[in-house]
Design a protein around this ligand. Structure first.
Ligand code: TXA
Ligand code: MG
Length: 316
């Protein structure tokens, strides 16, 4: 028995309900299949990382169906609006500064002050986003390290029944991921080559598009991309309750006394959903000059949590 459902309007309604209720739905876009969750439901987003078996939290693309949503999520300017008018819906993703600083949106952005957003050019994707009534966070719908899926069958082979539904809308016609451009500076920087050619962008912008050195799909080691987002105060990790110092704001895990508990019932999905919001709170409080984080089991989502907090402590 597979969980592949061929598109129909009643199946679409079921998929939208699944997203609204915090579930995971794989859906077709014009580039590759995405593994979708409500972008504002941190627990649902944590389940994406768990299903993919990703050993780290990289930021996910928020998929939108209406231009107004872009203005709610991100800071925009004339260049952004012109590019959106020209290339959306389509295989082009923008990195922009966040306008929505809601902590429930932190995990999608991996705690960064930026977000990535695109409007996919696929009727099933657009209808799903509209019916769900929320932006949909979606990486490619495959296990970590495997190739991106372009059919519902590929999704099933990679993720099987780890997810609630696979919405089958046929084969993706582009077959490679979207082109990603960083628009947070006056230079237009291409972070990932994809479905929209660099030349097309250059012709439209009438200027050179710079290629970045980093590949956003390669795991970044400590000190790379995420180093800027470490808490501004010293952070120790793997600190057992007995080893906590008096001047430390203590983030716990499991049944223990602490300032904030990632999950008192030791649930790694709950812990992942709380992580970025708690790190921000720990940094913003003024009572303690340092942070300590309790040991987190290094299994399942614990790998990604440990990766992230290791970066946080590495820079201090
Ligand atoms: O075609 C696509 O883009 C597909 C479909 C499903 O839309 N999605 C996709 O998502 O390829 P994903 O998660 O596999 O790739 C998104 C890439 C990641 O490499 C991530 O690191 C980068 O975008 N990214 C996302 N937000 C970012 C940000 N704020 N800053 C830098 N890189 C970012
Ligand atoms: Mg991918």
């Amino acid at each position: 028995m597979t969980n592949i459902y061929v598109y129909s309007s009643s199946i679409l309604a079921k998929a939208a309900d699944t997203i609204k209720n915090g579930g995971l739905v794989a859906f077709p876009t014009e580039t590759v299949y995405g593994l979708g969750a409500n972008a504002f439901d941190a627990k649902a987003v944590a389940k994406i990382f768990e299903a993919k078996g990703r050993p780290n939290f990289n930021p996910l693309i928020s998929h939108i169906a209406e231009i107004d949503t872009l203005f709610e999520l991100a800071k925009t300017d004339e260049r952004v609006i012109a590019l959106a008018k020209q290339f959306w819906p389509g295989p082009l993703t923008f990195i922009l500064n966040r306008k929505n600083l809601n902590s429930s949106f932190d995990l999608v952005c991996a705690g960064l002050p930026t977000l990535s957003v695109r409007m996919p050019n696929h009727p099933v994707a657009l209808e799903l986003i509209k019916k769900s009534g929320t932006p949909i966070a979606a990486p490619s719908a495959n296990r970590s390290q495997s190739i991106s899926p372009t059919t519902a069958r590929h999704v099933y082979e990679s993720l099987g029944n780890r997810i609630d539904m696979i919405l089958d809308g046929g084969a993706c016609n582009i077959g490679v991921e979207s082109t990603i451009i960083d628009l947070t500076t006056s230079q237009t920087v291409m972070l990932r080559a994809g479905g929209l050619a660099k030349e097309e962008l250059e012709k439209f912008l009438n200027e050179e598009v710079v290629l970045s050195h980093g590949n956003p799909d390669l795991p970044s080691s400590p000190g790379q991309m995420l180093k800027h987002y470490a808490p501004r105060i010293p952070t120790r990790i793997n600190v057992a309750p007995d080893d906590r110092k008096e001047n430390e704001f203590y983030i716990g895990f499991g049944n223990m006394e602490c300032n904030l508990n990632l999950s008192s019932k030791s649930d790694l999905i709950e812990a992942a959903a709380n992580l970025f919001a708690f790190m921000h709170l720990a940094e913003e409080q003024t009572k303690y000059p340092a942070i300590a984080i309790a040991p987190i089991p290094n299994t399942s989502l614990g790998l990604a949590i440990n990766d992230r907090i290791k970066r946080a402590s590495y820079n201090k």
